[in-house]
Design a protein around this ligand. Structure first.
Ligand SMILES: *Cc1c(COP(=O)(O)O)cnc(C)c1O
Length: 383
């Protein structure tokens, strides 16, 4: 069997171990310390939008704290993009609130601003104004933030920007994760950079950051003894993991360039294959880190379904995966309200994520091309 080609695998830069050794040398083996502070500073400088960053144990934890800080509680409603990973929606349920799912638009695959407006208006008409809006930058593609922010401002509802997949992406030149009341980053093992597991909450003020860190460290009031007037969480990032993060920040721009060149690799590969659309930016306002490269196959034109291609890849030990199954189709969320048509559903039916790692070799690319050319019967001589 050939070596496995992963969808997206960790890619170390080289200095990660140096920062981990420093932590051991200074005995900062704890969920605080110089690497945590350094990693936060690196992220703040990279995002370059006057934001404050709180490093946390996961992107999911960041979403949870963002909802709490937006005042989401039992019985509330929160609007959420349906086409996403379950971690965007689960923390809404942690709070005992109900997600209101909204469909995508076809250009960015992210929340449709028109449907968002309909959903918010209808929820208000039914008697409840949503407490927050969770918008996602899927696979690194920025959502239509101007239009979405216009709706949020019209109704005075805070935006929580799930930028877990979009570190290094920009919209009109401004970093994804810095537009909302809060932004969420993830450093899980499959993301564009990793701390093995970790996340961050991007805040608009030092006050918000301080409160985030307070909640993330068990909400200890100022006192010599343990004193609590809030429910706390244990959500801070380990100083060891943050050391990995500092090493990864040194190579982030290289990782973005490598992922973007994987997208160009697929654009070239599918150029001569009608009926396959490679997911790309539709205007220069959008700059995607192309965390994952994705395609949509029209089976009526190609005679091939996304499942045919997935299985062909699998046969050569190459991992690929259908696009996110929309949340409104998930068994656990079937009773949650949904607004939209079938944009997300169609994407799920016909879409596939392809190997996109920043560390794929020429040999891996050759194997990927071979499977694609074989299944779509591309005559190499005429290409
Ligand atoms: C990865 C991811 C998350 C969760 O981040 P973790 O660090 O794994 O908890 C949330 N939302 C989206 C869209 C993601 O891709």
């Amino acid at each position: 069997m050939s070596d496995k080609i992963w969808l997206s695998s960790p890619h170390m830069g080289g200095n990660e171990l140096k920062y981990i050794h420093e932590a051991f040398d200074q005995n900062w083996v704890a969920p605080l310390g110089p690497n945590v502070n350094g990693f936060e500073k690196d992220l703040e400088e990279f995002l370059n939008a006057n934001v404050k960053v709180a490093a946390l144990s996961a992107g999911t934890a960041a979403l949870h704290l963002a909802l709490i800080e937006c005042g989401v509680g039992y019985g509330d409603e929160v609007v959420c993009q349906s086409m996403t990973f379950s971690a965007s929606a689960n923390p809404i349920a942690y709070q005992g609130a109900t997600p209101i799912f909204v469909d995508s638009e076809k250009e960015t695959w992210n929340m449709c601003p028109i449907t968002l407006r309909e959903a918010v208006s209808d929820r208000i008409a039914k008697g409840k104004k949503p407490k927050a809006i969770v918008v996602v930058h899927l696979y690194g593609m920025p959502a239509k933030m101007d239009e979405i922010l216009a709706v949020a401002n019209e109704f005075d509802i805070p935006i929580i920007e799930d930028a877990a997949e979009a570190l290094g992406s920009t919209y009109k030149g401004k970093a994804c994760g810095t537009f909302g009341r809060f932004g969420v980053l993830s450093f899980n093992g499959n993301k564009i950079i990793t701390t093995s597991g970790g996340g961050a909450l991007v805040c608009q003020s030092q006050q918000d950051k301080d409160y985030t860190v307070f909640l993330a460290t068990q909400a200890r009031d100022e006192a010599a003894h343990y004193q609590h007037s809030h429910i706390g969480y244990n959500y801070r990032l380990s100083n060891i993991c943050a050391g990995i993060g500092r090493g990864q920040m040194e190579v982030l721009l290289h990782r973005v360039n490598a992922r973007r060149s994987m997208s160009i690799f697929y654009q070239d590969l599918f150029k001569g294959i009608p009926g396959v659309e490679v997911f790309t930016e539709k205007s220069p306002d959008f700059y995607s880190n192309h965390w994952l490269s994705a395609i949509v196959i029209d089976p009526t034109m190609t005679g091939i379904t996304r499942e045919d291609l997935r299985l062909a890849f699998l046969e050569d030990n190459i991992e690929s995966r259908p696009l996110w199954k929309p949340m409104h189709l998930q068994p656990i969320f079937l009773t949650s309200p949904y607004y939209g048509q079938q944009v997300a559903e169609r994407l799920f039916e016909n879409g596939l994520c392809l190997p996109s790692g920043s560390n794929l070799t020429d040999e891996s690319k050759r194997r990927i091309s071979q499977v694609i050319n074989k299944i779509f019967k591309v005559d190499k001589l005429t290409k």
